[in-house]
Design a protein around this ligand. Structure first.
Ligand code: SF4
Ligand code: SF4
Length: 397
């Protein structure tokens, strides 16, 4: 196993992300604890010492299952990360109290402290909560740090660079690390290159989530796969995403959300060796990444914005449209839901002003229609928040 140094500890480069755990085949919606235990056994044997869960994963069952599985090993042999779901405190849902959530998380995981604790999903929407000093959530978490129940405090972030800067201006002094969505597509698509630069300047090490973009970088059209195989016949397709991370941004921990023992074994193999990519290989992944990212070739110049009668944030909506085309994650739904209803894609009246103004000749009204349709097929973020709040009250989530 490859390791990285963080402050005075040695962390495995591969972390076990537990958002997509193996499920019982009987359709009961329960986590397959026996398979999870086998995965944790393989991970521990290989030296994986970082395990990441969160309050909403599997409606709260991830914390319980992961805590139970890890409890079979000495407490000092693994590091557990959990997250405060401040991102659920939007859209009129009664705010979750940090003290209630935190105690519940310790209870669910069966631990007395968290090695790593993150403010979950800082983005344009959740900044309504995280960006409001009146919430005083930071006082509570700093107190937990002082009394040893949180060893290291950080945050996960899906925001644009501007929002990341705003968060750091407010809370950066208390943060020790940041987890971002990082892979060779989001390097361009979500401007991760700029986010890494901001974090480097702030002196914060980077943790990676979605290294294979929800599995989208695990399979490609035949021609693309053939190009990759020609360069590295012995490397699996998903392994390319990890090799890129090892070579270009070189993060501290890469979290991979694994659902089976097979995936765990494949990742352990990849993270046993450092096989940096050559210039030529990086160039090929750059091309593949840009192809993905430029599905709608918006450059963010904003020439179209001043004349929009509906005052839509067109480049932002197009970046979400790109995301929907590639992989509509929960985060995409949430960022779309952060917009006031009259600023969403279905507010576009199709006047065509933006098409005239756009140097890239993007058919914006058409893309707005597709985005509005794509979002209709997703559960709204407001509905997700409501369900989670109800589940939390009932002690399920
Ligand atoms: S077509 Fe839609 S997005 Fe473009 S300027 Fe008109 S209202 Fe705005
Ligand atoms: S003018 Fe075109 S490229 Fe520029 S922000 Fe608008 S849609 Fe994007």
């Amino acid at each position: 196993m490859l390791f990285k140094t963080f402050q005075d500890i040695k962390l495995s480069s591969l972390g076990f992300g537990t958002m997509r755990l193996p499920m019982m085949p009987d359709g009961s919606g329960e986590i397959d604890q026996a398979e999870l235990d086998r995965m944790v056994d393989a991970a521990m044997e290989a030296g994986v010492n970082y395990y990441d869960t969160a309050f909403p994963y599997h409606d709260g069952k991830s914390e319980v299952a992961v805590g139970k599985s890890l409890s079979r090993y000495p407490r000092e042999s693994w590091y557990l990360a959990d997250k405060f779901p401040g991102h659920q405190n939007v859209h009129g849902v009664t705010p979750l109290r940090p003290e209630d959530v935190f105690e519940e998380q310790l209870r669910r995981c069966g631990v007395e402290y968290f090695d790593f604790y993150l403010l979950h999903n800082v983005n344009e929407s959740s900044m309504k909560y995280y960006g409001n000093p009146e919430n005083r959530y930071m006082d509570f978490f700093l107190e937990q740090k002082r009394n040893g129940r949180i060893r290291h405090l950080g945050f996960s972030c899906h925001a644009d660079p501007e929002c990341l800067r705003d968060f750091l201006a407010l809370n950066g002094d208390h943060m020790e690390f940041c987890q971002i969505q990082l892979n060779y597509v989001d390097w361009f698509l979500q401007n991760a290159v700029e986010k890494c630069r901001i974090l480097r300047e702030a002196g914060l090490p980077v943790w990676v989530m979605e290294p294979v973009r929800g599995g989208k970088l695990a399979r490609f059209p035949e021609q693309t796969e053939a190009q990759l195989r020609e360069l590295r016949p012995d490397e699996s397709i998903p392994a390319w995403a990890f090799r890129w991370l090892q070579t270009v941004p070189k993060p501290t921990v890469v979290l991979s959300g694994m659902s089976s023992l097979g995936q765990m074994e494949d990742n352990i193999r990849t993270f046993s060796t450092d096989r940096p990519l050559s210039e030529k290989e990086i160039g090929l992944l750059d091309r593949i990444g840009r192809d993905f990212a430029r599905k709608i070739p918006c450059t963010g110049c904003r020439y179209c914005c001043a004349g929009c009668p509906m005052e839509l944030n067109i480049p932002f909506l197009l970046s979400l449209a790109n995301d929907v085309g590639v992989y509509a994650s929960m985060n995409t739904v949430m960022r779309y839901g952060s917009l006031e209803p009259e600023k969403r894609a279905d507010a576009c009246i199709g006047c065509g002003q933006c098409v005239e103004a756009c140097p890239q000749k993007i058919n914006v009204p058409e893309e707005m229609k597709k985005l509005a349709e794509g979002m209709k097929s997703q559960k709204s973020w407001e509905a997700i928040c409501r369900e989670r709040a109800e589940a939390a009250k009932a002690g399920r989530g």
